[in-house]
Design a protein around this ligand. Structure first.
Ligand code: FPP
Length: 238
């Protein structure tokens, strides 16, 4: 179905609904997060097949620390579990791993697993699967401002590009830093501090599908909706 469609270079996903999915099955919330990992795996593999260059998934926000301790601990343990199961698959698929977000506060073992996954997939040349982990969009802008001030640059030299170059997404090529498409699952319609600067002109697609149920068809549908949008960036139609 995807034949004539525009494929975004960068897609961001707010993976929501794991808890509700588990509840429907009569299982604890963490069961939903585990199923959410499988959804990440199949979505990443399919996104790369479609030609997506960068897939940023919102794995843990700076606000998620307020969840019950057991749930936070479980989510933090996922990259460790993920490493063993997922890295061989990523290497077979030629996908690279990266992380953005504040490393401070993330348990050492979690960081070690993410860093090792990034290192062990660094030679891959395909799509980048970027985990936004302990990430908050406003905090990212604050950190960028601090770096810019510390660099001593004069105020009249500061442009939008200066800000973009000091955000965590500056590790990615300029053309893909800002996602053309952001998908949020589970029917919620907000951005929740995700890629705050980068989302200025993103197309937003909301689906009622709960994240653990998200699959290839769901991604096709989201891209199809994106493809039908008329992106004018504040201009008028030619
Ligand atoms: C939202 O569902 C999901 C999260 C806050 C966590 C999502 C995380 C993963 C799928 C895996 C994370 C991966 C790594 C590598 C850490 P929710 O719990 O808010 O669901 P609800 O809205 O139904 O309660």
């Amino acid at each position: 179905m995807i034949g004539e469609l525009k494929i975004p270079a960068h897609i961001g996903i707010i993976m929501d609904g794991n808890g509700r999915w588990a509840k429907v099955q009569g299982k604890p919330r963490v069961f939903g997060h585990k199923a959410g990992m499988d959804a990440i795996e199949r979505t990443a593999i399919y996104a790369q097949k479609l030609g997506v260059k960068l897939l940023t998934v919102y794995a843990f926000s700076t606000e998620n620390w307020s969840r019950p301790l057991d749930e936070v601990k479980f989510i933090m343990s996922l990259p460790i579990d993920f490493y063993g199961r997922f890295v061989p698959v990523l290497n077979k698929e030629n996908i690279q791993i990266r992380m953005i977000g504040n490393r401070e506060g993330v348990p050492k073992a979690t960081l070690k697993a993410i860093d090792k996954a990034a290192e062990d997939t660094a030679a891959n040349t395909g799509m980048i699967l970027n985990f936004a982990m302990n990430y908050g969009g406003r905090a990212e802008v604050v950190e960028a401002v601090k770096k810019i001030v510390a660099s001593g640059i004069s105020p009249d030299q500061i442009s939008e590009e200066t800000i973009s170059d000091h955000l965590e997404t500056a590790i990615f090529p300029k053309d893909w830093r800002d996602p053309e498409l952001i998908i949020r699952t589970s029917g919620e319609m907000r951005l929740s501090n995700f890629l705050t600067w980068q989302s200025a002109y993103s197309e937003l697609v909301f689906t009622d599908t709960l994240w653990p149920d998200f699959d290839e068809i769901s991604l096709d549908q989201a891209i199809s909706e994106y493809s039908g949008r008329d992106r004018r960036f504040g201009g008028v139609k030619a």
